[in-house]
Design a protein around this ligand. Structure first.
Ligand SMILES: Cc1cc2nc3c(=O)[nH]c(=O)nc-3n(C[C@H](O)[C@H](O)[C@H](O)COP(=O)(O)OP(=O)(O)OC[C@H]3O[C@@H](n4cnc5c(N)ncnc54)[C@H](O)[C@@H]3O)c2cc1C
Length: 557
């Protein structure tokens, strides 16, 4: 019996959930929605928090003899930065951590493996919604949203997930489960006095932030949404005296501990919404139009390009599974009627400018004002005055990446420059320079995103398994990072670092701040048992060695 088999046999004695070691199970967990693949040694399905605690203790106990042993938490596996895959033990949370405990007022108490699509109906019933639900809301879980510090169309007002998290239960490196929530200075002092793992953790994080207070605060990118680095800048505020470790765990991609329970604040759902669709034919105009739209304070402001639009129109019937046949047909008919006016010539960019209000009339007035302000650009516009009329466009926008991944067969939609974010006021200068770089590298790329946040999903369509395509990644990153930094932005508004941006943390934040991030990681996880090769532990060489191959496609079939 090989070492690993013995190890799994011992684990079986203390672990109630399933331990899957068949190649098929390992392969099906070897990918997420990134450009990478890493084959795990086993997939574990913990039944409860105790299972996770026992697992963490087991890994700590065996780490010295088996140095490659580690734990990668995974929920729905839709991560685009390659953080939901790992070479050792992938811990699948979606199977058993799938219970919603309660909704009290606007606080949702839930296990992390619950799918957002199962939370949405409950919140809608109470005229609520998640303020940071991503476009992948039909595919992903709430725990994955916390793990990635996800953002979505409503983040324009409500920010990324970290802003809504109110309490987390986390299994930390000592194998115990802790409740983490905002505390005041007095409570912090009490915590720091404890001669325990938790006490030392609070003390060391507090001292780390205090020692570099200004550097850390200034390191925060000047944007509405960021998911790069560790959110140290949001943990301790000298002025309010609030110390909030939930901020640090949110967005840590399972590199600091495993979340087993959470409380998150839901936000009010508007009584009425409506869309102004603006069809932009020239990218040059986009830089001016976006800041103008922002002055009108839309509730959301999204967009996608003609490639996505075409795919959406062509494959709209495939949404029948999600929408039901009747609803799909209704939306399809509406969509076709709306696009008939373009005949075969679609505009380059479709802007979705949404307004909300207490009455339909209020919504319509806001849309009409926006319409008038945009007239000077001589662009075509359409008013979809209510939720029903807007629905097919939301369907395409939210499915934009899925459409690219599932419907473009000869190329792979390769996210690596997929999440650049700068303040909208910089867009007139920033966007043309990005376009120049992409054109220079002859990269066929699609565009969608949260335009109101200046958050762009540029997804190149590439033969990513070929060496020539892989060679393009580094030079493009090297050109885009300084450009994003020049405008005070971030390389990831919401998709986080993982394997793709982790290696670039020193380039983005500087060596000193990178070392501080690393200190934070090591305070939580001194033996590196949690999700290696991600964020501060990532290396470009490791990431490049794990780009997905066609070989695995064959195995999966
Ligand atoms: C089509 C498509 C569209 C997308 N659109 C958006 C978007 O609009 N905005 C956005 O932010 N993202 C988007 N994403 C990326 C991704 O869907 C989201 O970030 C999502 O929230 C991840 O959830 P998940 O359940 O799939 O998590 P996973 O991919 O399984 O995990 C994400 C990260 O969280 C960690 N994690 C998971 N569970 C736990 C846990 N219990 N404890 C600790 N760590 C944990 C994982 O280790 C990993 O690092 C999109 C992806 C796709 C495929």
């Amino acid at each position: 019996m090989c070492n690993m088999d013995q190890l799994f046999q011992t684990l079986q004695g203390i672990f109630k959930g399933d331990i899957l070691t068949h190649l098929e199970d390992r392969i099906s967990h070897s990918r997420d929605a990134s450009i990478y693949e890493v084959l795990p040694q086993a997939v574990l399905e913990p039944r409860d928090t105790e299972d996770i605690q026992n697992l963490v203790k087991f890994v700590q106990d065996n780490k010295a003899v088996h140095p490659t042993l580690s734990i990668t938490p995974r929920s729905a596996g839709t991560c685009m930065s390659g953080a939901a895959i790992g070479s050792s033990l992938v811990v699948s949370m979606a199977k058993h951590f799938s219970h919603i405990h309660s909704l009290k007022r606007n606080i949702l108490h839930t296990q992390p493996g619950v799918f957002v699509r199962d939370i949405d109906p409950l919140l809608t019933k109470h005229k609520l919604m998640l303020g940071s639900a991503p476009a992948s809301r039909s595919l992903c879980t709430i725990g994955g949203m916390v793990g990635n510090n996800a953002g979505g169309e409503q983040s324009l007002r409500y920010g990324n997930t970290e802003r809504s998290v109110r309490e987390l239960t986390v299994v930390l490196a000592d194998g115990n489960a802790y409740t983490v929530q905002p505390i005041n200075k007095k409570e912090l002092i009490q915590k720091m006095k404890q001669r325990t793992f938790e006490g030392r953790l609070y003390k060391r994080v507090y001292e780390l932030i205090e020692a570099h207070y200004d550097l850390i605060k200034n390191a925060r990118p000047h944007v509405n949404k960021n998911s790069m680095g560790y959110n140290l800048w949001s943990v301790w505020d000298r002025e309010t005296g609030i110390f909030d470790m939930t901020r640090l765990i949110s967005g840590s991609q399972g590199t600091l501990g495993i979340v087993t329970d959470l409380k998150i604040e839901a936000v009010p759902k508007a009584a009425h919404t409506g869309l102004l669709l603006a069809y932009v034919t020239s990218f040059k105009q986009l830089g001016d139009i976006i800041p103008l739209v922002m002055k009108h304070e839309p509730s959301t402001f999204e967009g996608f390009d003609d490639i996505t639009f075409n795919l959406g129109i062509k494959y709209f019937s495939t949404f029948s599974q999600q929408l039901g046949v009747k609803e799909m047909l209704k939306q399809q008919a509406w969509l076709l009627q709306s696009v008939a006016r373009f005949k075969s010539h679609l505009p380059n960019i479709i802007l979705m400018i949404e307004f909300e209000g207490k009455t339909k009339k209020e919504v319509y007035t806001k849309i009409a004002n926006m319409h008038d302000a945009l007239k000077k650009y001589r662009i075509k516009m359409d008013i979809e005055g209510d939720e029903a009329a807007s629905a097919p466009f939301w369907q395409i926008r939210r499915s934009s990446l899925s459409l690219l991944r599932n419907r473009v067969h000869d190329k792979y939609a390769s996210p690596f420059i997929d999440d650049m974010t700068v303040q909208p006021k910089h867009l007139p200068k920033f966007l043309p320079q990005v376009r120049r770089i992409i054109r220079k590298h002859k990269l066929p790329a699609t565009l969608s995103g949260h335009f109101g946040d200046g958050n762009f999903h540029i997804i190149p369509l590439m033969d990513i398994e070929t060496k020539s395509a892989q060679k393009q990644l580094e030079p493009i990153m090297r050109e885009l990072i300084p450009l994003v930094l020049k405008y005070g932005g971030t390389m990831a508004g919401e998709h986080n670092d993982g394997m793709v941006r982790g290696p670039w943390l020193p380039a983005v934040f500087g060596e000193e701040m990178y070392e501080i991030f690393k200190d934070a990681k090591e305070i939580f996880d001194p033996t590196y048992i949690f999700n290696p090769h991600k964020k501060t532990d990532a290396s470009w060489e490791y990431s490049m060695d794990h780009i997905r191959t066609e070989h695995t496609d064959e195995l999966i079939k």
